[in-house]
Design a protein. Structure first.
Length: 262
């Protein structure tokens, strides 16, 4: 039987697409493809979390293969579609209590860069969440959602900085999800990129968002470091490591991706 990790890698490279923003960054930038141009990203992520409460040790492992394709409608307007495939496994004191996999909720977004001057640019990215995941497996909400992100980018050669201020509203189909989760979530994150050469960029990212768990008052926050290497002007590979800065964030995640522009 093929392992979950191998399956994640296989699906990551046979599906067609990736994430949002210059992977491995969580924070998006104001860049768009240009009219009639496309970008395809394929991403993979392995995450690990361990907690101990009331004498019980809980371990969670997750694998995700993400696909996103963006199309340049105008020089300053992109249409983006992304969908992830997830594997999640939870153990309590070594006993498996949950082991699920499947397609999670997809996303459809528009990115509009409405201002650009002297290295400073602003963009707005509204989006919809499509309930393509199985809510009974914990892979989706079961109902459509919506949100929007304000994006700011500032270029100070050889550095580039990105700021995201986001809001998302979710509805839930299952009663237990309605009772346990907040519907309105905000997100704030900041990223920096250092251009080492025409081929290599070093990246760093920090962020925090409202905890969707109604029973928790501690918001998840993270820090990330990584790099992007351009094999050709239209082909990038990347690698990143994300660490949780709060107890409610996943302890660690290893992220990798492939970006193709055409």
């Amino acid at each position: 039987m093929i392992s979950n990790l191998v399956k994640a890698i296989v699906i990551m490279f046979v599906m067609t697409g990736t994430a949002f923003g210059a992977h491995p960054l969580i924070t998006d930038d104001t860049g768009t493809n240009g009219k009639g141009k496309f970008q395809m990203e394929l991403t993979g992520e392995f995450s690990y979390d361990k907690e101990k409460s009331a004498g019980v040790t809980v371990k969670e492992k997750g694998y995700e293969a993400g696909v996103a394709v963006s199309a340049g409608i105008l020089d300053t307007l992109d249409l983006v579609f992304g969908i992830p495939y997830q594997w999640n496994r939870t153990e309590e004191d070594g006993a498996v209590i949950s082991d699920t996999d499947g397609i999670s909720d997809a996303g459809l977004e528009l990115k509009w860069r409405f201002f650009e001057q002297n290295g400073l640019s602003f963009a707005l990215k509204p989006g919809l969440t499509i309930p393509s995941g199985d809510e009974d497996k914990g892979l989706g909400s079961g109902k459509p959602g919506y949100g929007a992100t304000f994006i700011a980018t500032k270029e100070i050669d050889p550095f580039t900085f990105h700021l995201n201020l986001g809001y998302a509203h979710s509805e839930y189909k299952l009663d237990e999800d309605k009772d346990g989760n907040r519907k309105d979530i905000w997100h704030v994150s900041l990223a920096g990129v250092y251009k080492v050469s025409d081929d290599l960029q070093l990246v760093a990212n920090i962020g925090v968002e409202k905890n969707p768990d109604k029973e928790s008052s501690t918001d998840p926050s993270f820090a990330l470091i990584g790099f992007i290497y351009s094999i050709t002007p239209d082909l990038d590979v990347d690698l990143g490591f994300k660490a949780g800065l709060s107890g409610t964030e996943t302890d660690a995640a290893l992220m990798t991706g492939l970006t193709i522009r055409f």
